[in-house]
Design a protein around this ligand. Structure first.
Ligand code: URA
Length: 434
């Protein structure tokens, strides 16, 4: 058996690690037997030399079972988890989780907080005062049995190896490694226990990878890992070349998700929700054709059932549901936004999605002694391909501190490129990997 030092040296010289070596390294990470320096050295060796698909699957398995796993095998109905690799304005989980639960699925959604410039589903749900986002395993089961869905952070005992490795990847510049990203995401999905997994892998200026071939490889690897660990998995490659929908920011996005659950919402966001919903329904055997899925989802939305399911889930997680009757209460009505106006006419040719994400986060940042401003964020009035007249509103930016908003708004000007000729946005739904 190799020592930890020898395992690091083996990977440094580009050799493939064996199952036993990967398992002993991961258990050493969790037991504290391996120093942070050694973990960091192995992460850098993996970053530079890569891992093949077999090694990545073994790493995923070792990480997934490094702590507690949810056992959802007791349910007769299919259990599903859905994951996005992170985007700007991506609030699809808020619509899809209750919508899919009304279609007869058990939706066990383990979510995260904001990461870099991308928003986190848990932060959006935090707009419901009092909501519990740290459910214990028995509460998760109670909600699945009674409501059919929950959205929660993973428990502290789940996937401890990922917590340690992710923190060190962040400090050592080794985040953007395909095997490390694939194993980090898939270990959490495997530990989440759902039988079926749908992945939304973003591509573009606001995504982990701007490059389509890298995003495609990530999608293919994650699908392969899921399948080889007995979890039927599909991935959809979708564009993050502009924010999804019009709202970016926690409560603003929640308001947009509520509109969509009521049958409205921006066209691109609604289309993506329906497409992802169809993939989930087909993967789990509820429907066969896209037409069947569309009819089922439209019925659940038009009848108000999907919205009621969302309210039931929020109440089940102890959240205040008054905004379902009074939508204005979640909107940032107390302060007027600062509005950035176009200084020339033309068509929006591109939007720097990452910059929109960063400015929205900055608008939310608390000043001394204040809490994070969940109502802060950005509403886009124009998206790629739309006609703009000089003086038209581009984005509105919301928050508590007008001075800060004016500075942020001015810096947003560079995020919009306006050209004389119309450019169509890149397709929202790029490809399906199954
Ligand atoms: N999300 C994760 O959970 N892990 C990564 O490595 C990247 C995105």
């Amino acid at each position: 058996m190799y020592t930890f030092k020898e395992i690091i040296a083996k990977k440094r010289s580009g050799k493939a690690l064996k199952k036993g070596e990967i398992q002993s390294f991961v258990s050493g990470i969790c037991s504290g037997a391996i120093s942070k320096q050694q973990i960091s050295a192995l992460l850098m060796a993996i970053y530079l030399k890569g891992m093949n698909q077999v090694e990545t699957t073994e790493l995923t398995k070792a990480m997934a079972f490094s702590g507690k796993v949810l056992d959802l095998s007791r349910y007769d109905t299919p259990t599903v988890d859905k994951h996005s690799t992170g985007g700007v304005g991506d609030k699809t989980s808020l619509v899809l989780i209750p919508l899919m639960a009304t279609c007869g699925l058990k939706m066990a959604k383990l979510s995260g907080r904001a990461l870099g410039h991308t928003g986190g589903t848990l932060d959006k749900l935090a707009c419901f005062s009092g909501i519990r986002l740290d459910l214990g395993v028995s509460e998760m089961h109670q909600l699945l049995a009674s409501v059919g869905c929950f959205i929660s952070g993973q428990t502290a005992e789940m996937v401890p190896a990922d917590k340690i490795m992710y923190a060190l990847r962040d400090q050592t510049g080794t985040v953007s490694s395909l095997p490390l990203i694939a194993s980090s995401i898939m270990s959490k999905k495997i530990a989440g226990g759902a039988k079926y997994i749908l992945l939304d892998v973003k591509v573009g200026t606001g995504a982990i990878f701007n490059d389509l071939s890298k995003s495609r490889s990530l999608a293919e690897w994650m699908v392969m890992i899921g399948k080889s660990l007995g979890r039927p998995t599909r991935a959809v490659l979708t564009s993050m070349n502009q924010p999804l929908g019009n709202a970016v920011g926690n409560c603003l996005e929640l308001a947009e998700a509520l509109q969509t659950l009521k049958g409205g919402g921006p066209e691109d966001f609604r289309r993506l929700c329906f497409y992802l919903g169809h993939q989930i329904l087909q993967l789990s055997g509820i429907t066969e054709t896209e037409a069947d899925s569309q009819i089922l989802m439209s019925t659940k939305i038009n009848s108000g059932e999907a919205l009621r399911k969302f309210k039931e889930m929020i109440a089940g997680q102890s959240g205040n549901t008054s905004c379902f009757d009074d939508p204005a209460s979640i909107c940032p009505g107390d302060h007027e936004p600062v509005v950035l106006k176009a200084i020339k006419s033309g068509f929006v040719a591109s939007i720097d999605t990452k910059a929109i994400g960063i400015r929205s986060m900055e608008a939310m940042e608390p000043t001394e002694n204040e809490a994070l401003d969940l109502k802060a964020g950005i509403i886009l009035h124009k998206k790629i391909g739309e006609k703009v007249e000089r003086g038209d509103n581009l984005p509105s930016i919301y928050g508590r501190d007008m001075r800060k908003l004016k500075l942020l708004s001015a810096s947003l000007r560079e995020a919009f490129t306006i050209m004389e000729y119309k450019t169509d946005p890149s397709p929202l739904i790029i490809d399906l990997v199954s």
